[in-house]
Design a protein around this ligand. Structure first.
Ligand code: XMP
Ligand code: MG
Length: 175
């Protein structure tokens, strides 16, 4: 149990279940990229723990880089846009695996993939630890999904509530 700012969170996915699932996702990636050298693109902050644990089980040659997604309002009519920060290397011709903590509405990962696509990578796959199918607003291809979960707010194992709660081994849910 964890209390942050008067909200109580209880265990939802245990550390053991997370680690077992990540190992099998990594095995799948090792098979799918057997003759490739992918660039792992980690979306900070939430995916940092997932990415670290996933990398430990990858046996293929691979590189890793980290990006941030900044939201800004371009105009009132277009609403929120997402901008990728921190990608300083060329991704042209590379096989990208974008690593996310959670796909909720799908708007963030959709925008990230669209923007990466502009730089002509050879391929883009998405690995997300969590996916809330009921919250999805826009169809998106997710090649590697750790856990499909119901539409509830979760935290822990990298995910935060107002900046706090990232430092747990389990994933917790709002009680
Ligand atoms: P979408 O898919 O809606 O997700 O563009 C954008 C970002 O929202 C965060 N998010 C969450 N963070 N618990 C969290 O700690 C949640 O249940 C949750 N749902 C969405 C997350 O950073 C995601 O990348
Ligand atoms: Mg995130």
């Amino acid at each position: 149990m964890l209390t942050i700012k008067d909200k109580t969170f209880v265990s939802f996915i245990t550390a053991d279940a997370i680690q077992a699932r990540i190992q099998s996702l990594a095995e799948q990636i090792n098979q799918d990229y057997a003759n490739k050298q992918p660039l792992i693109v980690v979306v900070l902050n939430g995916a940092f723990m997932f990415a670290a644990d996933l990398m430990k089980h990858l046996t293929i040659p691979c590189e890793i880089t980290f990006i941030r997604v900044a939201s800004y309002t371009a105009t009132e009519s277009t609403g929120q846009l997402k901008q990728i920060l921190g990608l300083h290397q060329s991704i042209e011709g590379r096989d990208l695996i974008v690593v996310e903590d959670i796909v909720d509405t799908g708007l963030t990962i959709g925008e990230v993939c669209n923007q990466l696509q502009i730089s002509s990578p050879a391929s883009i796959a998405v690995a997300t630890l969590l996916f809330k199918p009921a919250a999805l607003k826009k169809p998106i291809d997710l090649q590697y999904v750790g856990f499909k979960i119901e539409n509830r707010f979760v935290l822990g194992y990298g995910l935060d509530y107002d900046g706090f709660g990232r430092n747990t081994k389990d994933i917790l849910v709002l009680q």
